[in-house]
Design a protein around this ligand. Structure first.
Ligand SMILES: N[C@@H](CCC(=O)N[C@@H](CS)C(=O)NCC(=O)O)C(=O)O
Length: 201
């Protein structure tokens, strides 16, 4: 198998996941916005996006969350997406909540503001500004959720929900959108995941 990778948030999600699983996946490094927009790359992923996982049997998985799901099933030791039905349901719920409440606003802000994406979507600067303004509220929501003192987003163990959180946190750091100072529980969680080896992925 071969992972087409680049310096991009959705690709980072898969890199963190791979590091947490302790597995090795051969990589092809691409330059975002350059290699990803070639006709050749579009033959692999018609949307021209990374990450892409090309399997030995010729199948191609072109979505970061789908890639993580595939790898969790392929390497079932230490699953990050749950084992029992209730674990699977709760981890999926938290992963979706973190993706939608934290990652998406920052991701949309980035797409509507960076010159790199000007040729990809019709950018609306006011929309980008609104996404930036909403972020303190989103961190306050997470802070409230973590106020029961649990170490990880979905409970006592590190799961894919924390991978989703780390991906959002990475973007928040870059775009100066870290949690407000009084969000002690969200900051406690952030400090914990920043110390993990996978944060460097
Ligand atoms: N849903 C997809 C989204 C992937 C995506 O949006 N990738 C962006 C970077 S974060 C990309 O590759 N863009 C290529 C380009 O703009 O040329 C996933 O999570 O894998």
């Amino acid at each position: 198998m071969k992972l087409y990778d680049a310096q991009a948030a959705n690709a980072k999600r898969v890199r963190i996941f791979i590091a947490e699983k302790g597995i090795e996946v051969p990589k092809v490094e691409l330059v975002l916005g350059d290699d990803t927009r070639t006709t050749e790359f579009r033959k692999l992923n018609s949307l021209g996006e990374v990450p892409v996982l090309e399997l030995d049997d010729g199948n191609v998985i072109t979505d970061s969350i789908a890639i993580c799901r595939y790898l969790d099933a392929l390497f079932p030791d230490a699953p990050l997406m749950g084992r029992s039905p209730v674990e699977i349901g709760l981890i999926e719920m938290w992963s979706q909540r973190i993706y939608q409440e934290l990652f998406l606003p920052i991701g949309l802000m980035v797409r509507h503001q960076l010159p790199l994406f000007a040729s990809v979507i019709e950018q609306v600067p006011d929309f980008a500004a609104a996404q930036r303004r909403v972020m303190p509220k989103k961190w306050q929501w997470l802070d409230q959720e973590l106020s029961d003192g649990r170490p990880f987003i979905a409970g006592d163990t590190f799961t894919f929900a924390d991978v989703q959180g780390m991906t959002a946190l990475m973007l928040a750091d870059i775009f100066d959108l870290a949690a407000p100072e009084d969000c002690h529980h969200a900051i406690r969680w952030s400090a914990g995941v920043r110390n993990r080896e996978s944060w460097k992925a």
